[in-house]
Unconditional design. Structure first.
Length: 331
């Protein structure tokens, strides 16, 4: 007996198609049902690209969510870092699968590492979070670099290095890995140098709140540790009242004394790690002023505990003047 295919709504970009395809395979495995990708188009391709550049990624999330609400598709996959912190009542995050590498990386000319970039090197990134932290590191370590605001998709950004316009660009490891360009990375930026965006490297699988059976099936893809980690990170972001373009980094992972192989996964090799470290950073894009705090405690057991943890760290950051550093916006 063949069952009806589940419809997965997706954007057309290389990254969206890659991550939707991967989730489609996993859903197909757990449900035994075929999954069909349904491309969601909003405006013409040109204006879509244009909107991506001026309006950020929120417009795409909205288009996918509208398709879910209209019943045109059964579920959708988002990059968690692009998802607004507010959740519409009619939709649920049915699964947050195991997180990919959350780090930022550089793709530089001549296989250069970040700290080997020559004086005056031009590094492209449109993200105030990346600018702030790269500039803060450069100030502290006597590096002479210039961050250059750029926009566009991953291919466009790497193109700026290939055509010689820039010495390096900063991108998320997860995105490059998912589109099969991970080998072009020339250096991984330690999260001690650049904290990733809240939710970076994680995916969100969303479906209508009234589809109990589907929710239960999708829940098999959920990774409980990734879920509490990103919940704490996003709660911190929300409590700072920062938008997706604010210079805010956050990462919940295992404390530094945990063996590297199990970082990010407390259940690896049957070992249960009971502690989680949450770090947050806010800074001015020139890197001259930063507020960076961390807290380590038991891994939250519930959504509410994770939310409280993020809120508490945000409150401490605000008490140290974080709000005054967030005035700047990306372009
Ligand atoms: N801002 C765009 C975006 N949204 C998600 C990713 C890929 C990484 C991820 O899933 O976190 C990227 C590209 C990038 O930041 O380099």
């Amino acid at each position: 007996m063949t069952e009806k295919a589940l419809r997965l709504g997706t954007r057309r970009s290389r990254l969206a198609m890659a991550q939707s395809g991967q989730v489609a395979d996993a859903v197909s495995q757990v449900t035994g049902r075929p999954v069909e990708l349904v491309e969601i188009t909003t405006y013409g391709d040109t204006s879509r690209e244009h909107l991506a550049q001026i309006g950020g990624t929120g417009v795409f999330v909205t288009a996918l969510r509208d398709a879910l609400l209209r019943g045109e598709v059964d579920f959708a996959v988002h990059s968690l870092k692009d998802l607004p912190t507010s959740q519409p009542e009619e939709l649920v995050l049915a699964a947050v699968p195991v997180r990919e590498d959350p780090r930022d990386v550089i793709v530089a000319r001549d296989a250069l590492k970040f700290t080997d970039l020559p004086r005056g090197a031009r590094i492209g990134t449109g993200s105030p979070r990346r600018m702030a932290q790269l500039n803060a590191y450069a100030r502290a370590h006597g590096l002479d670099i210039e961050t250059v605001p750029i926009r566009g998709n991953v291919d466009t950004r790497i193109g700026y290095v290939r055509d010689g316009g820039l010495d390096a660009v900063v991108l998320a490891a997860a995105g490059l890995n998912r589109i099969g360009r991970g080998e072009e990375v020339t250096d991984f930026l330690s999260v001690d140098t650049v904290l990733p965006a809240p939710g970076q490297g994680a995916l969100a699988v969303e479906c209508p709140a009234d589809r109990a059976e589907l929710i239960a099936a999708l829940a098999e893809l959920d990774d409980p540790f990734t879920r509490v980690a990103v919940t704490a990170e996003r709660s911190l972001l929300a409590a700072l009242e920062a938008g997706c373009s604010a210079p805010v980094g956050a990462l919940a992972d295992l404390p530094p004394y945990a063996a590297p192989f199990e970082r990010g996964n407390p259940h690896a090799d049957g070992q249960i790690v009971k502690e989680m470290r949450l770090r947050g950073v806010v800074g001015t894009t020139d890197g001259s002023r930063m507020v960076q705090l961390s807290t380590t405690g038991p891994v939250p057991e519930t959504h509410d505990q994770a939310t409280t943890l993020g809120r508490q760290l945000a409150a401490e950051m605000l008490a140290q003047g974080a709000a005054g550093l967030m005035g700047e916006r990306a372009q």
